[in-house]
Design a protein around this ligand. Structure first.
Ligand code: R5P
Length: 294
């Protein structure tokens, strides 16, 4: 595909990442306006002319309003262009991917349906979705991009030795393996039981972490409870320095303080959710996938 035919439309939640993707591709970024009406409703407008081009909307779904803005951007772009892709670096609501209790919504299914309802949408890209099986709810072609090599390369560059990659629970085991194996790092997994919304109990497997430097890797850090508990257990087992690395850094409530109190030396995330801890970018990963489009 000719990248010059492509215009990046940055959602409010992913301004910096959208600009980085555009820089990687050498294509234009459209200027957009986002504001609220007095009653609180969102107003979204693409200010630049994107007529006839392939529009790529980049918008993570962190807050509820991010979904509204994404739907508005798709709607606005559909008036102007022949082709629309949506890059959703962080796909929010993905952890409610089944009915845990009677009467609950399968939130990610509802979100997927609303995004895919606009038939002008051609393709969707997400980065390390919480559970890849939930992509079946998307009726538009949806590709999952994997940031594990970006994480592994970062850890390699830090040149910390000896290093062990730890998954804080079984759900993160695939990510830990994908980070560790290409670089020959050791990896292992902890097992977690969530007692309430933000209280987590963890049991270890046979881990020899004594004197080792640990990178705990997880897809999401939200309240930091999972990482904090993992850190305490690993410290008790004699781990040396402990770092936390996630793909999607939500860092809600007092997550950062909570993790540092539990002995975490450093927190690192990608820029799927932009924060001061976004030390590596998924822009190149996204740009390469867009370049590969027919
Ligand atoms: C859960 O299944 C995810 O993979 C993360 O482990 C979880 O979202 C982290 O949440 P928190 O930071 O609140 O413990």
């Amino acid at each position: 595909m000719n990248d010059s035919e492509l215009t990046i439309i940055p959602g409010k939640a992913s301004q910096l990442l959208a600009a980085r993707v555009a820089a990687e591709l050498g294509c234009e970024v459209a200027l957009c306006e986002f504001r609220r009406f007095p009653d609180g409703e969102l107003y979204t407008r693409i200010l630049d002319d994107v007529e006839g081009e392939h529009a790529v909307i980049v918008q993570s779904l962190m807050a509820d309003s991010d979904l509204i803005a994404l739907l508005q951007l798709i709607d606005a772009a559909a008036e102007e262009v022949s082709r629309i892709s949506a890059v959703i670096p962080y796909l929010g609501y993905a952890r409610q991917d089944k009915k845990f209790k009677h009467g609950e919504a399968v939130s990610i299914r509802a979100i997927a349906k609303s995004i895919c309802a606009n038939t002008a949408l051609d393709s969707i890209f997400v980065v390390n979705v919480h559970n890849p099986a939930e992509l079946r709810y998307f009726t538009v072609e949806t590709r999952e991009l994997d940031a594990s090599s970006i994480i592994g390369d970062y850890i390699r560059r830090r040149d910390i030795d000896p290093v062990v990659i730890i998954a804080p629970d079984g759900g993160a085991e695939d990510l830990a393996r994908a980070v560790a194996v290409p670089h020959g790092f050791d990896y292992d997994v902890l097992h977690k039981k969530r007692l309430t919304g933000d209280v987590v109990e963890m049991k270890t497997e046979e881990l020899d972490v004594s004197g080792k430097n640990i990178f705990i890797v997880d897809d999401i850090i939200s309240t930091g409870g999972t990482i904090a508990e993992a850190s305490r257990i690993l410290k008790e087992q004699g781990a040396h320095d402990i770092y936390a690395f996630c793909v999607h850094g939500l860092f809600v409530q007092n997550a950062i303080i909570r993790m540092y109190h539990a002995g975490i030396k450093e927190v690192v995330s990608t820029d799927t959710v932009e924060s001061a801890f976004s030390r590596v970018s998924v822009a190149n990963l996204i740009a390469n996938s867009l370049s590969a489009l027919e």
